[in-house]
Design a protein around this ligand. Structure first.
Ligand code: FDA
Length: 313
């Protein structure tokens, strides 16, 4: 039953015609509404303001499809610059705000000049963000573009040292990356990783992912970098809390990060006891593939989502 429901959701996630139909369905829009901060920038800014008023930090992520043309990359850059400007112009928001960038939307996957184009756009955004007092983190993405993303990040760090970098624990080289990137003031976001890839690049069994997450978490918290712990998993949150106490870390150099709509009470609990907590707020009309990824992560969501499609037919 679970596998069939997952297959339905997987198929739905990758089919453009289904995407076009589903994004108009009220049940799908309802599920999406819990994971995204709105379809427009003013809605996202309102959600960010609400989160900041509750004592949380925010990371805004304009949802954009992978750029298949330079024009799409420019459009995504303009959207990010607009987001930076909107955050920077609000003094109550800017000190708590970050933008998260997917380099795929800035053209990194375009043939030949993709990485240099994405670097150029990312530099423009980082410069604007620095002037606006807003932070930037570069998301990690599918394994095929991982090395290019890392190269762009290395280049950005030379000019913009506060740029946040993501390590997916599930990668075989995750510990190496933490060792390579560790530096005082360096912002490293550790997450489990949500792209299943070739077995020579990623560990795939959930148990093995947890073992790697555990090793990475210890390495990150014992090192000099600012640890951005991006997980909703109660076990890793508990381990992190213990290590933070034992190692006398935080709150200035440790941060918990969670996605919009997932474990909101835990986000508030951690903030209420003095931790820095950042909520990742994706926004935009292009929410379909982001939401189907979140839905696929959770069996209960898949059944709900699949039933809503079947019921409609
Ligand atoms: P896990 O998936 O085991 O979930 C633990 C618990 O969280 C579940 O038992 C459930 O209670 C809750 N939960 C998790 N997912 C849920 C869902 N969809 N709906 C409802 N409840 C859910 N990945 C990546 O590859 N590149 C990146 O750049 C990033 N960036 C990033 C930023 C931030 C701020 C976060 C929080 C996460 C990412 N990720 C990411 C995603 C990450 O790799 C991972 O897929 C998710 O965080 C889920 O993993 P958990 O550690 O939460 O564990």
């Amino acid at each position: 039953m679970w596998l069939r429901a997952r297959d339905v959701a997987m198929h739905a996630a990758t089919n453009d015609r289904i995407a076009a139909a589903v994004t108009r369905l009220p049940p799908a829009r309802e599920i999406a509404a819990s994971y995204v901060a709105g379809e427009t920038l003013p809605e996202a800014v309102a959600a960010a303001t609400d989160a900041v008023e509750k004592g949380l930090e925010v990371s805004l992520h304009p949802l954009a499809a992978e750029a298949t043309t330079p024009a799409m990359a420019e459009q995504a850059t303009a959207e990010l610059l607009g987001t930076v400007e909107a955050l920077g112009s609000r003094s109550e928001l800017a000190p708590h705000a970050e933008v998260s960038i997917a380099l795929s939307s800035l053209g990194i996957g375009l043939r030949d000049a993709g990485p240099s184009l994405a670097l150029h756009h990312a530099q423009t955004i980082c410069r604007a963000a620095r002037n606006a007092g807003v932070l930037v983190t570069i998301d990690d993405e599918r394994p095929e573009i991982h090395e290019d993303v890392l190269d762009v990040v290395r280049s950005l760090l030379a000019d913009f040292p506060t740029t946040g970098v993501v390590v997916q624990a599930a990668r075989h080289d995750s510990l190496d990356q933490i060792r390579e990137l560790s530096a005082t003031g360096r912002r490293i976001r550790l997450c489990k990783g949500d792209y299943s890839g070739p077995k020579d690049e990623m560990v795939v069994s959930p148990h093995d992912v947890d073992l790697r997450m555990s090793a990475c978490l210890r390495a990150l918290l014992r090192g000099p970098s600012t640890a951005l712990i991006a997980t909703h998993d109660p076990v890793f949150i508990a381990i992190a809390e213990r290590l933070i106490t034992d190692l006398n870390r935080g709150p200035h150099n440790v941060e918990f990060q969670m996605l919009q709509g997932i474990r909101p009470y835990e986000q508030r609990r951690l903030a209420d006891i003095g931790h820095r907590v950042r909520v990742y707020l994706p926004w935009g009309r292009d929410w379909y593939s982001y939401c189907t990824r979140r839905i696929i992560e959770r069996p209960a969501n898949i059944l709900l989502f699949s039933r809503s499609l079947v019921a409609r037919r």
